[in-house]
Ligand binder design. Sequence first.
Ligand code: SF4
Length: 310
Amino acid sequence: MAKCYVCGRRASVYVSYLGDYLCSEHFAEYFERRFLEAVRFYKLVERGERVAVAVSGGKDSLTTLYLFSRFAGELGVEVFGVAVDEGIAGYREYKLEALRSLAGRLGVEIIVGSFKEYFGFTLDEAVKALREKGFKVKPCSVCGVLRRYVMNHAAREAGADKLATGHNLDDEVQVFVMNALKNHVEGILREGIVSERAEEGDLVPRIKPLYFIPEKEVLAYTLIRNIYTPFVECPYIVYALRHPIRHWVNEVEDSSPGFKYRVLAVKELARKTARKPSRKPSRCAVCGEPSSRPLCKTCLYRAYLDERYR
Ligand code: SF4
């Protein structure tokens, strides 16, 4: 029987890069300490701020909501959740149910914005149109852009100073690999533990307190702290480039522990040393939201999906 490295009791989690086992109690303590250290070291929040947590109902965002709510007093912040109902039948309703249940347990307010209310169509309806157009644009591309728009708008309207997302180490490594494959250097340089797009007016600064924590550890923490999320997957994930990359990254990590941290270290080094392209903050000519192009991606997709253009 494996024993906890700290107390010698029965271990429940193996932390591969430490090469050690921890019991549930010491693992949860270690996990929470790393969350607090990241928040303090990178000054992700300041006392008196209102922190909106972007919650999808998945384990990472629920964990972020749980942690901010648990340590709100210690950090001196006010916390609430912002969720988006994209309109994905057989998926979103279950995730929202899990989210409402955790929010009720924590006593945290949740604001829900929907694609239907913001754009007049659900993602299911949008995917039908994309299919008719030969899937030249993938569902996740549309979903990601529109979801960010709703999140930012809802958080800003609710007076949020920061928008915290549940992105973990695995997410960051997968996005790094995808950006590298697409030669999207700006995407690599811009997205750190604090998103640099926050410098553009009207965008609520985005922070990622789980940036250095592997997905497997987030899962272990949810089990220990009884943070429940149903095992339903979005039906459109199969169209995402991210799907095969996720498997590849996990395979390499299994055969070479520490691989994900090494990739993140390369990314951080690049972010520190490379010259970032300078961009003047500008606005979309149609909706007036911050955008690096004359027409923002949200308006571009809305026009593409508009019935008159199908
Ligand atoms: Fe949206 Fe793609 Fe995620 Fe589904 S898998 S919720 S379509 S981003």
